[in-house]
Ligand binder design. Structure first.
Ligand code: ADP
Ligand code: MG
Length: 341
């Protein structure tokens, strides 16, 4: 426990009791929140992931509690989605500057709304005082013979992405300029950043179909680069085929939209590979869970991610003056390669 205990009239136990102690409905949770540790009955292969969001680093300082609550769960669920896992349980480590009830209530609302959608139960956690930071660990069930990893892709496999890319980067850009009278497109992009949708159903549908998968958190070029490295392949991306939303096209010049689709982070879509023989099966499986999918290129021999326009090699964009959370994922203009070293 934290040393200074008391926070704004409610000590940490009060905070836990009031906001983070739901009754478990899962018969496999033997001991839930409130004891020295939780106890669960795990039956098969289990995927475990954790992610930390630090205020001012991973989200703008001052972001509403419900957005932080949704986001910390969404980014972790996205990691499970990319493994083809079915989320079950989580633990939450919260560091709070004070017990701001309005903020905590909003945080819990955002968090439990998404948790309820995916049947994820909170098992326990830790609550301390300090600069705002939220760490979540999630556990999910996988089918041990059909785990999606970054490593199984082969030369000639198609590269697919779910949904649209670049929206969250556009949304964050809009958020940073507090425009009055924002229209529908503006709201749609901002909500892509504030409340990303983890592609859980798609990840499960892709079990046995995708040869490799990763979630797009740092930008397509960067994340596809990780997949290529893990699979020992290169990628050819056809930039004409990038899925860009009508909202992003409406509010930004085509060049910015394309550049964010390639390098913007925080979309939490899935990028995955599969042999061309599975195209139809993939379309059907993803249509069944209402997840749009687009084929954007193919794996090739070699290293790194190469971009093509109209079939001709092109240098990927350098994101001008914009860097997501301080870490630029922009590629060099002179070397049309990403992810190979
Ligand atoms: P300990 O000192 O043994 O680590 P804590 O005081 O940290 O115990 O936590 C008491 C109980 O409350 C534990 O069951 C812990 O899992 C749970 N808990 C603490 N913080 C949170 C939180 N933010 N969300 C959910 N459960 C929490
Ligand atoms: Mg503790």
């Amino acid at each position: 426990m934290n040393r200074d205990g008391e926070t704004g009239g409610l000590d940490e136990f009060g905070v836990i009791e009031r906001y983070f102690a739901p009754k478990s409905e899962d018969s496999r949770v033997i001991v839930g929140v409130g004891d020295d540790a939780a106890v669960v009955e795990i039956r098969g292969a289990t995927a475990v992931a954790t992610d930390t969001l630090v205020s001012g680093v991973h989200f703008p300082a001052g972001l509403a509690g419900d957005a932080v609550g949704h986001r910390v769960l969404a980014v972790n669920l996205s990691d499970l989605a990319a493994m083809g896992a079915e989320p079950r349980w989580c633990t939450l480590a919260l560091t709070l500057p004070d017990a701001d009830h309005a903020w905590l209530e909003a945080f819990a609302r955002g968090f439990f709304a998404l948790a309820g959608e995916h049947g994820v139960e909170l098992l326990g956690g830790d609550t301390t005082r300090g600069p705002l930071s939220v760490t979540l660990q999630v556990l999910g069930e996988v089918d041990r013979d059909r785990i999606l990893t970054r490593g199984g892709a082969s030369v000639g496999d198609d590269i697919h992405v779910t949904g649209t890319l670049g929206d969250a980067a556009g949304g964050l850009d809009l958020l940073s300029r507090s425009l009055s009278r924002a229209g529908a497109a503006h709201r749609a992009l901002v909500s892509r950043f504030l409340a990303p949708t983890p592609r859980i159903a798609a990840g499960i549908a892709l079990r046995g179909l995708a040869s490799a998968a990763i979630d797009v958190s740092d930008g397509l070029l960067a994340d596809l680069g990780h997949l290529c490295r893990a699979s020992g392949q290169a990628a050819d991306v056809d930039v004409d085929r990038l899925p860009v939303s009508p909202e992003l096209r409406e509010l930004f010049p085509a060049r910015d939209a394309e550049s964010w689709a390639l390098t913007g982070g925080d979309d939490y879509e899935l990028c995955f590979t599969a042999p061309p023989s599975r195209r139809r099966a993939i379309e059907q499986a993803l249509a069944a869970c209402e997840t749009p999918v687009r084929r954007i290129g193919q794996l090739a021999e070699g290293r790194g991610v190469h971009c093509r326009r109209n079939g001709r090699p092109m240098a990927p964009p350098v994101t001008s003056g914009y860097s997501h959370f301080g870490e630029s994922t922009a590629a060099s203009a002179t070397e049309p390669t990403h992810g190979g070293e």
